[in-house]
Design a protein around this ligand. Structure first.
Ligand code: FCB
Length: 413
């Protein structure tokens, strides 16, 4: 692994949140009112189907998380279950998520709830999804209903998961539904998501006040890579600056200016080696080094493993002066010892940032279980817990047991 950081005593702060993350569509199964469902069938990729049947098996999964000493868990709510047709909210589904959250609380596990994790209801997609400016009021209405129901049980919220990844994969690379390639549409989507977060943030705080509940902590989960110039050319340096501005700080700056940022959720996986061959907009937006100049270990999807980059990202975020939670960090691999190495090296990087004054308050490994990895299907194995998708059997991996010791003691040996 490309890590050169050496540490002495690795002790994390008291009250640190330790656990793992999931998202509804990736684990629940049978989300047939969500836009990914017909899309999977249409393009003929591996469908999500039953996934991990977590919709029914969540008590068993949370028992495992508890046995692994997790004191926090990030989950998401499937909008299409709550509002399968526009304006029609299903009380039974809202109650389901209340039960899920109470099941976590009963096990001493703090929930962190995401309201939007990549998938939309089919009706929302059919009416232009996030390209349509009415997306803001539609999302607002859904969040209003959910917050009023869940506020008594939830303190930590993520409104939108990785707006930049949603926008780029769906509207620049055309890899995810609706498979469009348009910078203008990308900008519209990004702007609507940003504005939706700001409005929802303020409404949620208002609901807590009206219900006389203590203030919640609300943010987005931001996908952040270590953006590193491959060679020290003017073009590369400019590209690094612009990419950080567009993909890292742009949305954070805007929502911080609108006082809609209680903490920052960091999803960190990898690095991006910037090496431009031209001055065109495409070069600046996504061109990366093709020459493997500074090779690294990779995960099974070919992403560079670069733990020291997490330290760089955290230092960059210090200027916002709000707490930080690692809301996702993980590796897909068939070699479980690589997973423990990965966790250990990233925790060291986090600890180094903490020791330099960065206020990191929690770490949520991606993911609790192997699950449905979007366009890649079930092949990548990110889980602390291995899934047998034929039998739905769960098996706790050795890395999970090693991580459990850190979760219990707050000490990394
Ligand atoms: C993140 C997503 C998450 C998962 C991991 C591997 O970008 O938020 O759902 O797919 O990547």
């Amino acid at each position: 692994m490309c890590s050169d950081i050496i540490f002495a005593m690795i002790q994390f702060p008291k009250n640190f949140l330790w656990g793992a993350a999931t998202s509804a569509y990736q684990v629940e199964g049978n989300n047939f009112n969500s836009d990914w469902w017909p899309w999977e069938k249409a393009i003929g990729k591996q469908p999500s189907g039953d996934a991990c049947r977590h919709y029914n098996l969540y008590p068993q999964d949370f028992d495992l998380a508890q046995s692994l000493n997790h004191n926090a868990h990030r989950l998401s709510i499937e909008w299409a279950r709550i509002e399968p047709r526009e304006g029609e909210f299903l009380q039974t589904e809202i109650q389901h998520y209340i039960d899920v959250i109470l099941a976590l609380r009963a096990r001493g596990i703090e929930p962190m709830v995401t309201l939007h994790h990549f998938t939309n209801p089919i009706w929302f997609s059919q009416s232009g999804a996030w390209e349509n400016k009415r997306s803001v009021e539609r999302f607002f209405r859904y969040c209003d209903v959910v917050t009023k129901a869940l506020a008594p049980y939830v303190h930590y919220w993520i409104t939108i998961n990785e707006p930049s990844i949603y926008a780029s994969h769906s509207y620049i690379f055309g890899a995810w539904p609706p498979q469009i390639k348009s910078y203008w549409k990308t900008k519209a989507v990004y702007d609507h998501m940003t504005w939706a977060h700001i409005q929802v943030y303020h409404r949620m705080h208002q609901i807590y006040q009206e219900m006389k509940l203590s203030k919640p902590a609300i943010s987005i989960a931001q996908h952040l890579q270590a953006v590193v110039p491959c060679t020290d050319s003017l073009r590369n340096r400019w590209a690094v600056k612009l990419r950080k501005k567009w993909f890292h700080f742009g949305i954070l700056d805007t929502i911080a200016r609108h006082k809609a940022l209680d903490f920052i959720g960091v999803n960190y996986y990898s690095r991006q080696m910037v090496d431009l061959t031209g001055w065109g907009p495409g070069n600046f937006v996504h061109e990366v080094c093709q020459n493997n100049h500074t090779p690294c270990r990779k995960n099974s999807l070919g992403w560079d493993i670069y733990p020291q980059g997490l330290y760089l990202v955290l230092k960059d975020l210090q200027k916002y002066n709000v707490p930080i939670f690692i809301t996702e960090n993980g590796i897909c691999t068939l070699e479980d010892n690589e997973r423990w190495e990965f966790i250990k090296e990233h925790l060291k990087s986090i600890h180094k940032a903490i020791s330099e004054g960065v206020d990191v308050q929690g770490y949520l490994y991606w993911s609790l279980l192997d699950n449905f990895e979007w366009a890649e299907g079930f092949v990548p194995r990110f889980g602390l817990i291995a899934m047998n998708y034929d039998t739905q059997e769960r098996t706790v991996r050795e890395s999970a047991r090693k991580y459990a010791v850190v979760c219990k003691t707050g000490i990394l040996q």
